[in-house]
Design a protein around this ligand. Structure first.
Ligand code: DUC
Ligand code: ZN
Ligand code: ZN
Length: 485
């Protein structure tokens, strides 16, 4: 046993178990989990610490242009470093196709951008222009190359796909083993609200929340699920921000459909009252779906605990509080001209650990599932990633469960100029990060270098336990023999 690295004496937790053991690592792979392993070339004493699978951040916007041209402040270097300091060893940002662009060119561009990353990466494609070539040639090629998930928007005039397009996309994904993700809000309800608010002079940031009613989310989640179920395709509802939305996801799952749900820290830690800050400060808290209320916060905690929502992602969408980002439409922009999104990639796991595990709302194993294992399983990375097991990548986060720190922007490693979580005191922080067997961060110091991350080709969607239930109209035995899929 010639280990390159041994992590000794820590409390190891996976999504299933918690136990005390040493971890032996060779060539970036976990090769032994046992008590009393000999020292390796390097040895880390983890007694009193938690040894967890590295986090997998599965919803973040890095070096991405929005449809209106705003660029995120984080590129793949700063974004990956910030993710690493927040307990993550891999991430899956978006590669966004804007209308008229070829998917092939988009993926080539993002592969070039991501070559700077210090942690492993993949992409979800954003599809806004599902042409015949995209559906028949480019998406199948992307799936073969290991990009096995993509997002479609049910809102935003520049991004929206019609229900008919969405059916085409869902069927294409199903055929090739991919998972569709959707931003589910009813476009017409939002536009109708925005028009009436702006016409009447209600343009401050607080009206952003008013303009995106909870009912708009529920309507679109319901429709998205219905469309997916109609063609027997899996669907992930991203950034669920309401009790009703989470209940719709849970109900579909209980009926046996491959439907998944994600929520994000802003919906559990912030409320719409933040939008009512003086001056333009409220713009810092404009995201879509918008912040909700205290009742919704406790509803979403319950849904995380109950398993109705499987993913906990940051939706890191970093637009600085200056003319490059939030204030691109001027120093006091109307709410409908503020770039949507907020940063949080470095705090996603610490927030859940401190307020979830430490405060007894979630078990440590649920924390691991929500921050790592579930993403690995849903996005085709398991068991190489998302757990600590012999044969898996040695992507490990060693946490000090007792360290207390007050969140400040100066303590963040992103390229932002504010954090919406400023001033919160959190207990439990990642102390040492190991990526494929190498120490990438320890004691607050970056040890990884630009380009250490590698592209992760992902497996197709795993249908275990789910069964596509096609309606009679799509089944030849009951539709007079029509072959429609
Ligand atoms: N949707 C996201 O997923 N992120 C930022 C903004 C948005 O609308
Ligand atoms: Zn979205
Ligand atoms: Zn997002």
């Amino acid at each position: 046993m010639n280990f390159d690295l041994v992590i000794k004496g820590g409390t190891v937790a996976t999504a299933a178990d918690t136990f005390t053991a040493d971890i032996g690592i060779e060539h970036g792979i976990v090769t032994a989990i046992a008590r009393g392993l000999p020292d390796g070339r390097d040895t880390i004493d983890a007694s009193g610490k938690l040894v967890l699978p590295g986090g997998i951040e599965s919803h973040c916007h890095i070096e991405q242009e929005s449809a209106t041209g705003a660029m995120t402040s984080d590129d793949y270097l700063s974004g990956s470093i910030s993710a690493l300091f927040g307990g993550n060893t891999s991430f899956i940002p978006f590669a966004a196709q804007h209308r008229g662009q070829s998917v092939h060119d988009v993926l080539a561009l993002y592969r070039e951008r991501a070559s700077k990353s210090v942690i492993d990466y993949s992409f979800h494609l954003i599809i806004t222009d599902p042409t015949e070539t995209v559906l028949k040639e480019e998406l199948p090629q992307a799936f073969r190359d290991g990009v096995t998930s993509f997002k479609v928007f049910m809102t935003y005039d520049k991004m929206i796909v019609s229900d008919e397009m969405m059916l085409d996309i869902l069927v294409t994904a199903r055929e090739h083993g991919a998972l569709t993700m959707t931003h589910a809000e009813n476009n017409a309800m939002i536009k109708w609200m925005v028009r009436r608010l702006v016409e009447r002079g209600y343009t401050e940031a607080k009206f952003h929340a008013v303009s995106h009613p909870a009912a708009a989310e529920a309507e679109a989640i319901n429709r998205g699920i219905r469309l997916a179920n109609f063609v027997g395709a899996p669907l992930l509802i991203v950034h669920v921000s309401t009790d009703e939305g989470a209940r719709l996801v849970q109900a579909a799952r209980t009926d046996g459909h491959p439907i998944f749900g994600e929520t994000c820290p802003q919906y559990l830690f912030l409320t719409k009252e933040e939008l009512d800050r003086p001056g333009a400060e409220g713009a810092k808290f404009c995201c879509s779906p918008p912040l909700r209320d205290a009742q919704t916060q406790s509803d979403l905690w319950r849904h995380l605990h109950a398993g109705s929502l499987q993913l906990w992602s940051s939706d890191h969408a970093p637009y600085r509080f200056d003319a490059s980002g939030k204030l691109s439409a001027g120093p006091n922009p109307p709410f409908n001209r503020v770039a949507n999104g907020m940063p949080g990639i470095e705090l996603r796991a610490p927030l859940l650990f401190s307020e979830g595990v430490r405060k007894g709302r979630l078990s440590l194993n649920q924390f691991v599932a929500l921050t790592s294992t579930n993403a690995a399983k849903i996005f085709g990375l398991h068991p190489r990633k998302g757990t600590i097991a012999v044969g898996g990548d040695a992507d490990i986060a060693i946490w000090n469960p007792d360290e207390r720190r007050v969140v400040t922007q100066s303590g963040m490693h992103d390229a932002m100029d504010y954090t919406p979580f400023e001033g919160m005191e959190l207990t439990g922080w990642p102390e040492t990060m190991i990526t494929r067997g190498r120490v990438a961060m320890s004691d607050g110091t970056l040890r990884a270098t630009r380009g250490d991350g590698a592209f992760m080709a992902r497996a197709p969607f795993d249908w275990t336990g789910y069964k596509a239930q096609l309606p009679p109209e799509l089944t030849p035995e009951t539709n007079f023999g029509a072959e429609l899929l």
